[in-house]
Ligand binder design. Structure first.
Ligand code: GLV
Ligand code: MN
Ligand code: MN
Length: 439
């Protein structure tokens, strides 16, 4: 008799507790369901940031560590302060804006992206992820909302030169990577010093598993899937791995008028064959792998001299590191045959600016999908063919990525464009996702 009374009481209390969790759990998010980011402010700030490194073609050249990059960083710091964030520049030069949570012992929720660009790039790549992140904090601030978890807005250093800042954050920025020459012409090491970091203490930046509650990045899609399918939001399920090499082709410079065609060691001719071979290998198997030669230098570079030396880049990307390896082996084999045929020497040097493929976290993706639905937006799951800092952070923390449409699928170009309403949609999804993670 007494045992069944105790049992009844346990069931009753358990049921009450369950109802409390369901009611207040959902209520605490529903309190916020009317919150919205300020679309005009996002647009205006994207345009203001685009003044730093503005190009005549309408894009930006704000490569990491350049003067324009430093000025852009200062502008971002001023916005972070306006949003009430406390600023810290870590040893890798990452800008971190911190906001206290109600429960300071909880690990922080991180969100952000980068503001460095490729040479002659666009206004939105990276910039949206940073401006959108600051916007979310500003909206929380304006509405007097304090989250349980501390929040951190991150601007990663030199994303376009090999995800430098996020590599440091996962403890994988090697001494060799510090010696790589960045787009600015400065070594990464010197660039980090120029933006207020300390390359000699880079290990201090490292965060361990469990120290970050979650990382979320909004980004323009940089492809045409969302626009073609007329979908508002892409939920990234995985991000490609990226490998770079310098390819050196050594031939022999000689007189272009007196050296018969069959006696030449033409390095540029070998390069031309190799570029075609890269394309053949990348298209020769099923899948979404890509291979690119994006930079080439030829010496001595005169119409009447047979090219004696070529240095060119090779980039391979895929969601599988194994596949990248297989493609590389095939390209090396092709290079060997080309070198024999053209009487040149071809060698490959890996560049320490690689990114490994990474899946995102299914729970965070679920939150993003729910957030999109609650905002009345359509969404799909999709892979990312572009590299992102998120793929590094995914190795130490649950990570999600939110894509918004790129008009015409154009990116890394001055013609890059994303509509203000799409930027606002992405930022609203980010805001809701942060609040969901916080519960
Ligand atoms: C980064 O933008 C990359 O995909 O190269
Ligand atoms: Mn980019
Ligand atoms: Mn980017």
């Amino acid at each position: 008799m007494r045992r069944s009374a105790v049992l009844r009481r346990v069931i009753f209390t358990g049921t009450l507790f369950f109802c409390w969790v369901v009611f207040f759990g959902s209520q605490s998010f529903s309190q916020h369901e009317k919150l919205r980011v300020n679309a005009n402010r996002i647009k205006q700030r994207i345009m203001e940031l685009a003044e730093f490194g503005k190009t005549q073609q309408g894009g930006v050249s704000r490569v990491a560590f350049s003067e324009a990059n430093i000025q852009g960083r200062n502008y971002i710091v001023s916005l972070m302060k306006e949003a009430g964030l406390k600023i810290q520049i870590d040893e890798a030069g990452n800008i971190i804006g911190q906001r206290k949570g109600k429960e300071p012992k909880l690990p922080p929720i991180l969100f952000g992206s980068h503001i460095d660009s490729v040479p002659n790039g666009g206004k939105y790549d990276g910039a949206l992820g940073v401006i959108g992140a600051i916007e979310c904090v500003q909206v929380l601030d304006e509405n007097g909302i304090v989250t349980r978890h501390p929040l951190e807005v991150v601007v990663f250093t030199d994303e376009e030169g090999g995800l430098v800042g996020s590599r440091a954050m996962i403890g994988e920025l090697t001494p060799e990577a510090l010696e790589v020459v960045s787009h600015s012409g400065k070594k990464v090491r010197d660039g980090i010093s120029a933006v207020g970091g300390n390359p000699d203490e880079i290990s201090l930046v490292m965060r361990h598993k469990g120290e970050i509650k979650a990382f979320i990045e909004i980004h323009i899609e940089q492809g045409s899937v969302l626009e073609t399918k007329n979908i508002d939001i892409g939920i990234v399920e995985g991000i490609v791995g990226i490998n770079w090499w310098d390819v050196l082709i050594e031939g022999f410079s000689n007189h272009a008028g007196t050296t018969p065609m069959d006696m030449r060691h033409d390095a540029l001719l070998a390069a031309a064959h190799l570029i075609i071979a890269v394309n053949r290998v990348a298209t020769g198997v099923p899948g979404r792998q890509v291979g690119t030669v994006g930079r080439i230098q030829c010496e001595p570079g005169a119409p009447n001299v047979i090219p004696g030396r070529v240095v060119m880049s090779l980039e391979l990307r895929d969601l599988s590191a194994k596949k990248i390896n297989t493609l590389y082996e095939k390209i090396q084999k092709e290079a060997k045959a080309i070198a024999e045929k053209t009487k040149t020497k071809i060698s490959f040097t890996p560049i320490d600016a690689t990114a490994v493929p990474a899946p995102t976290d299914p729970q965070i993706s679920k939150f993003i999908a729910e957030a999109a639905q609650e905002l009345g937006l359509t969404s799909i799951l999709m892979p990312s063919g572009a590299g992102h800092d998120a793929q590094n952070i995914a190795r130490i923390a649950p990570t999600g990525m939110i894509f918004v449409p790129s008009v015409g699928g154009i990116s890394h170009s001055p013609k890059e464009y994303t509509r203000p309403e799409d930027m606002a949609n992405g930022a609203n999804v980010l805001l809701f996702t942060i609040l969901k993670i916080d519960q």
